[in-house]
Design a protein around this ligand. Structure first.
Ligand SMILES: *Cc1c(COP(=O)(O)O)cnc(C)c1O
Length: 398
């Protein structure tokens, strides 16, 4: 953007985001409303955050109660909802202990620190490195940006953090490189690369990667910031693969929109954190962990995972039918659960804009030619039909 344009911008907010030209003021379920009262079907879910839809009753009620009780007290005291959330989340993930923070990047940053400290104290790999994969996305802090193997996002922010190596995702080349690499302390990966284009991991590759890491004593860190908390049809996406992670991170959907992140680990890894090794002022505070607990409880009570699987099967069937009718416009439909990518012949942003302007339907892109569709997990066939009809109208007019 030319400098003059930035300078004349009317907003007091830095221009770090390209924003759609609407101001959202209200949300309920799968819908949001703008300032003029115009209603939109929101299949972005605040980028995979509002899994239960906007302002879900169960979480709203729990937060209202917490608002009148305690907002914050710091991690120098015991926090009951934090204890309870850690217990439930680790039990569901098959891990032992959790650390709470405020975002996905912070969860991954913490996971990187935990892996490094474990390598230092236990593996004695002082100058080892962490392997991440091309097209990954792990966050915007310096370490997580370095872990993010996308040059276009890193450009201009050097010097980056040392101790990372990149390999191609889903490739035997990566397995060979790790097998030959004695400095690798950990691998870090997404089970479906979300920002990178909605690319699911190949189950056979994951199985081999897992075996290789176990044989070589390499830690496995899974970034479930986008895939986690039900998005792919299981609470965590790794649970659908033959992989046994040492550290798992999550954030986006955990608090239904209240900022919270977490990383969890096996006991033998987690135990390298002792008082003073890591910290966060707000991390896991009473308000945020109440939101997390209410979210998990709503998942159980409302069978949200089952709803997600049912909606995903219906959605995929409809999208495949659309692809069969419009093979020149839709090149591929892929994803896992309700993390859906549609590869298009025309620029994805063009379709996204037409859906919003002409049909009041909101979705995202993941790269130039991929539509990223992230409905609330509790959507239904009626809402999916509204979306499919709108997409068909837009495709017809290309
Ligand atoms: C969104 C995302 C992050 C970063 O989360 P923030 O809360 O924006 O810091 C990290 N990893 C993945 C896979 C993500 O989708």
């Amino acid at each position: 953007m030319p400098v003059s344009e930035t300078v004349t911008s009317q907003s007091a907010i830095m221009s770090a985001y390209g924003r759609f030209p609407i101001t959202i003021v209200k949300g309920k379920g799968a819908y949001v409303w703008d300032e003029q009262g115009k209603k939109y079907l929101d299949f972005t879910s605040g980028i995979a955050v509002c899994a239960l839809g906007h302002v879900p009753d169960a979480v709203e009620n729990a937060l209202k109660e917490q608002l009148g009780t305690l907002w914050h007290c710091s991690n120098l005291f015991h926090i009951a909802p934090q204890e309870q959330l850690a217990k439930e989340l680790t039990a569901k993930a098959g891990l032992d202990q959790a650390f709470f923070c405020n975002s996905g990047a912070e969860a991954n940053e913490g996971a990187i620190k935990l892996a490094r400290l474990y390598a230092h104290l236990v593996l004695k790999k002082e100058h080892g490195h962490i392997v991440t994969f091309d097209h990954s996305f792990h966050g915007r802090t310096l370490a997580t940006l370095t872990a993010t193997a996308q040059e276009k996002l890193q450009k201009g922010f050097g010097p980056l953090v040392s101790g990372f190596k990149y390999l191609p995702y889903n490739s035997s080349e990566a397995l060979d490189a790790i097998a030959a690499d004695d400095g690798c302390m950990a691998v870090m990966l997404e089970m479906v690369q979300g920002e990178g284009g909605v690319l699911p991991a190949d189950p056979e590759w994951i199985k081999q990667l897992n075996q290789l890491c176990k044989d070589k004593g390499i830690l496995i860190i899974i970034d479930e910031v986008q895939t986690g908390i039900g998005r792919t049809g299981s609470l965590f996406a790794f649970q659908q693969y033959a992989i046994d992670p040492d550290i798992v991170t999550c954030a986006k959907a955990l608090g239904s929109g209240i900022p919270i992140g977490a990383f969890m680990a096996k006991k033998q890894v987690a135990k390298v954190f002792t008082p003073g090794t890591h910290g966060s002022t707000f991390g896991g505070n009473p308000f945020a962990t109440t939101a997390g607990l209410a979210t998990l409880n709503a998942f159980d009570k409302q069978n949200v995972i089952e709803q997600c699987k049912k909606n995903a099967a219906y959605f995929m069937e409809k999208l495949q039918a659309l692809k069969a009718t419009y093979p020149a416009q839709i090149l591929e439909v892929r994803g896992k659960g309700l993390l859906i990518g549609v590869e298009t012949a025309v620029p994805a942003i063009q379709l996204v804009n037409q859906l919003r302007e002409d049909h009041q339907v909101l979705i995202l892109t993941a790269g130039e030619k991929v539509l990223r569709i992230l409905p609330p997990l509790v959507t239904n066939e009626k809402e999916i039909d509204i979306f499919i009809d709108a997409l068909e109208q837009v495709l017809k007019n290309q």
